[in-house]
Write a protein that binds this ligand. Structure first.
Ligand code: ADP
Ligand code: MG
Length: 313
């Protein structure tokens, strides 16, 4: 296998979209942006050993590399459309590329996303994906829109992926339900779309709730108080309450949406959750001040052992 064989293998499997005038094969892709919409663009890299355990299945690496990007589009309320894929591979393995594409293209098909180009190089295993979506002017869910008194919500449950990683790191048996949450995050695209005009701010949780809600607070020049956390049965069974709280507050890799909305919009938030086919939980409130205060069930405030994942930290 050589570079061009690998690219041909990828090209063979991509599906068409009417707005892709020219896809894989030339120096650039040519795309038609719908009149009246804006482009939302995001890029994320997964490095072996940093973003996933080295023995992760190719299918899951493919799935996750697209999922984390679609999650960013979801967090803006954008509708996914296209993506590019820059692959660095230690060897030109058809088996790896085929498995990778199985996962990548399954998720792409679920969201009608077309793979329109990329780059293929030799190097330590690394996957960079750039995703493009459409958003109606003025409708993007930004980090800087939270207002004092808004309620803070999250989708799904928190801490599951971090729980799997913690079990994997300590060489314990990894619970399969938790492992699935680490390997196959589900981007909350339909929820993000349904929150347009309802949420005042939104972010996807990749680095841990405290860190990511902290970004919303800083961007909005406000603080927040968090006093509830949605917990899966699998996490509850595997960790004690203290460990759980640390995983849920600072663990990261959840790819759930954290958003704010005025208390009066509670009904609209629940309707958006219904449309997005994912439960949502009210976890706190936006307040004057700065930083995120975490409150335990006994009313005491909780200080994290560390704030969340940061590269170079
Ligand atoms: P160039 O040298 O002009 O950048 P390449 O030889 O790198 O072109 O790529 C040839 C074509 O294949 C381009 O259209 C490029 O976008 C596409 N391509 C290369 N690698 C990938 C990949 N991993 N996934 C999707 N498309 C790819
Ligand atoms: Mg190139």
């Amino acid at each position: 296998m050589r570079e061009f064989d690998l690219i041909a293998r990828i090209r063979e499997r991509v599906t068409a979209r009417g707005d892709v005038l020219l896809g894989i094969g030339d120096d650039c892709a040519l795309l038609e942006v719908p009149v009246g919409l804006q482009l939302a663009i995001t890029s994320d890299t997964l490095n072996a050993g940093v973003h996933f355990p080295p023995e992760t299945r190719p299918f899951d690496i493919g799935w996750k590399s697209l999922a984390v990007n679609l999650s960013d589009l979801a967090a803006m309320g954008a509708q996914p459309a296209w993506c590019t894929l820059a692959l660095a591979l230690p060897e030109a393995s058809a088996e790896f590329v085929d498995g990778f594409l199985d996962g990548f293209l399954e998720l792409a098909a679920q969201h009608g996303v077309a793979l329109i180009g990329g780059d293929t190089t030799a190097g330590p295993l690394s996957v960079n994906v750039t995703a493009h979506g459409f958003i109606e002017p003025g409708q993007a869910l930004r980090r800087d829109g939270a207002r004092a008194g808004d309620e803070v919500w999250v989708s799904g449950t928190l801490g599951d992926a971090a729980g799997a990683l913690s079990q994997w790191r300590s060489a314990e048996r990894v619970d399969p339900t938790l492992r699935l949450r680490l390997d196959r995050p589900v981007p909350r695209v339909a929820l993000g779309r349904a929150l347009r005009g309802v949420a005042t701010s939104c972010i996807d949780i990749s680095d841990g709730l405290l860190a990511d809600l902290g970004h919303v607070c800083r961007a909005s020049d406000l603080g927040a108080r968090v006093d509830a956390l949605p917990t899966s049965a699998a996490l509850q069974a595997a960790f004690d309450p203290e460990q759980r709280r640390a995983l849920q507050m600072t663990g990261g890799d959840d790819y759930e949406l954290c958003f704010t909305a005025p208390a009066a919009c509670c009904g609209a938030v629940l309707a958006a959750a219904e449309a997005g086919a994912v439960p949502v939980t009210r976890i706190g409130v936006i307040m004057r001040g700065k930083d995120v205060q975490a409150i335990r069930a006994d009313g005491d405030s909780w200080k994290p052992p560390h704030a969340g994942f940061e590269h170079f930290a």
